[in-house]
Design a binder for this molecule. Sequence first.
Ligand code: NDP
Length: 306
Amino acid sequence: MTDSGGEPRADATAPGPPTASTEPHLVDEVEILEELLAQVVEESQPQPARAYSDLRGRCAVVTGGATGIGRAVALALARNGVHIAFNYLDYGDGRVEEEAERTAAELRQLEVAVLCRSCDVRDAAAVDRFVQEAKETLGQLHILVNNAGIARDRALWRMTDEQWQEVLDTNLTGAFHLIRAVAPILRAQQYGKIVNISSVHGLKSEFGLANYAASKAGLIGLTRSAAIELGPSNVNVNAVAPGYIRTTRLTDQVPADVLDRARERSALGRLGDPQDVAHVVVFLCSELSRHVTGAVVPVDGGHLLH
Ligand code: NDP
């Protein structure tokens, strides 16, 4: 039995490879090699992987993209090379228009194409026109992020028809209008990503949120149905369910003690930022999540404690 696995063993007496000292004609080559090796810069820091390179050149519609989470989503997608069309609701006082222009300017600095329009997601005809214009301006359409949403909190025995209807029409019917408008485009190209911004309150509710919780739970049902119907066309449809997210107009309306309780109840002991939601949305729009559909991803710091 040999100890070399059958391989011929190196003969210690055999002449080795020529060295520079024994072969003067190789001196120049060795010096050149050493010089080249000295020029090689060693990476002291690992370089970030280009995780979302598949997103470059894609085109997205983000509803309610002027402010808060929608704005963070639009910017995060644009940083990955996605062209953006976003809308806002015009209240006629120019306030939101100014914010929308600021967001549009920031997006353009990222060297992507941008379309910014006033469009009420409750108005089906206006949504159809906006989606058509987005496709014409950006050239194509691959991604839809249904983010536009409002809250009108009140004990349900005091809730008016208008408060109920406004929230359902915006948060749920608005998302339906957008999905219906983009579906023929995504089906025809056999590719698409849809992300709906639901809420932890679509999974479990709190006092005063009957309209909001119903709309966000409905959005989860819509997500699952759309995933089933669009899956055969290679379209992923998912939802994210954020917990309380800081520095947005929605949380401005929430009493401080409610926010304190939410912070205490989360496993990570903090509220989220719009970017925390945006990063998950970008993942769901990328090919890294190509086998994920009909899912609801919580972004709530671990809303596990009671
Ligand atoms: P913002 O109020 O900053 O953003 C909501 C956006 O929706 C605004 O840009 C608003 O436009 C737009 N919008 C409202 N109604 C309409 C409409 N009819 N047509 C078109 N656009 C409309 O709030 P957030 O960023 O906090 O919320 C974004 C989404 O995230 C919402 O769906 C919300 O329910 C959800 N969410 C938020 C959480 C939070 O803690 N902040 C937690 C869980 C979910 P305009 O600027 O013109 O008013």
